[in-house]
Ligand binder design. Structure first.
Ligand code: UDP
Ligand code: MG
Length: 323
């Protein structure tokens, strides 16, 4: 095998979860776009435990194209982990990450490569708007990113997502972080390197539905917030402080009222209300602790990020050539 195949210019990493109908059309647009850019490339599909015909389609595609290969996970590990696996496999001088539902137009990749050749190491596709997203999702997403901007350790460029090109140096930096609760958008920003956006229009999903329902998005948002901010932990210091000052004030008020003015203080309502209030505050802060401790527990168990059930080589390839 010659050297250019061993170390292609670009490794395209594509996470796939139940996208059977989209894979053919994606391949048909991706290959010409990359060829037009005049680069050597490989495409790595990560089948994230699909239970439709995705894996069969990937096998068929790989059988016709030596530059394609695929990994199939033993179960669904989530998009963030699938991307990490793809980057683990990538051998290219740069990696391009893109969705498999054609929301990320392959025709933009040559522009990414241009920026990369101009010296940028972290080139992100910048979506102009969220017109293709459901309205309610847009509202919550907006709120979440504003919150993260306020309390998080990273500043995310507006409109940046997973569709991007990363230089080998940036890929290696990302891979050095083996955290299990992965929030890629935060990680891309955290690693730094010379960063630039390339505007693109998000297309409508080619077929099927978004895999991110409300619960999944909420989980994802929580991972992002807790991975990049310790504010939810610290805030209780201030809440505690404010409540203590308030309680002291209340004590003074009742003392003055009873001792100086002889007004009776009925105990029942004040007791019930304050007990309920403080129990609530305490459980809430315990819950926040629990969220962090659960994540610490997950990390210290040291389980592998993902398990591969099957490797599919491109046409004419064999498992031995993957070092
Ligand atoms: N995806 C994945 N694993 C999952 C969920 C999604 O690999 O558990 C892939 C999916 O196949 C697609 C990409 O991640 O290529 C983005 O998913 P989707 O289009 O559902 O998300 P949205 O575009 O709505 O954010
Ligand atoms: Mg999508």
């Amino acid at each position: 095998m010659n050297d250019t195949v061993q170390r292609p210019d670009i490794s395209v990493v594509v996470p796939v979860f139940n996208e059977g109908a989209n894979l053919g059309p994606l391949a048909a647009r991706l290959v010409p776009a990359l060829e037009r850019a005049g680069v050597t490339f490989e495409v790595i599909f990560i089948d994230d435990g699909s239970h439709d015909e995705s894996l069969a389609r990937l096998k068929a595609l790989c059988a016709t194209e030596p530059r394609f290969r695929a990994l199939s996970f033993s179960r669904n590990f989530g998009k963030e982990i699938a991307i990490a696996a793809g980057l683990d496999e990538a051998r290219g001088a740069a990696a391009v990450i893109m969705d498999s539902d054609l929301q990320h137009p392959p025709e933009v990749i040559p522009q990414f490569i241009e920026k990369w050749r101009a010296g940028y190491k972290n080139v992100f596709g910048q979506r102009a708007d969220r017109a293709t997203d459901p309205k309610l999702r847009t509202v919550f997403t907006g709120l979440f990113y504003r919150l993260l901007e306020k309390v998080g350790d990273v500043s995310l460029p507006p409109g940046a997502g997973d569709f991007r090109l990363l230089d080998r140096q940036a890929v290696d930096a990302l891979l050095s972080m083996r955290e299990r609760a992965r929030f890629n958008k935060g990680l891309y920003a955290w690693i730094g390197f010379s960063t630039i956006g390339v505007p693109f229009d998000v297309e409508a999903r080619a077929s099927g539905e978004s895999k991110f329902d409300f619960t999944r998005l909420a989980r994802f948002a929580l991972d992002g917030l807790l991975s990049f901010s310790s504010m939810p932990l610290m805030i209780w210091t201030y809440v505690g402080l404010v409540i203590s000052v308030f309680a002291l004030g209340m004590a003074g008020y009742y003392w003055v009222r009873t001792m100086l003015f002889g007004v009776d203080t009925p105990g029942f309502p004040t007791l019930v209300v304050s007990i309920a209030f403080f129990s609530g505050v305490q459980l809430l802060s315990l819950g926040v602790l629990g969220e962090y401790i659960g994540r610490i527990f997950n990390e210290v168990k040291g389980r592998p990020l993902y398990l591969v059930a099957e490797r599919i080589e491109g046409a004419g390839g064999d498992a031995a050539k993957m070092d």
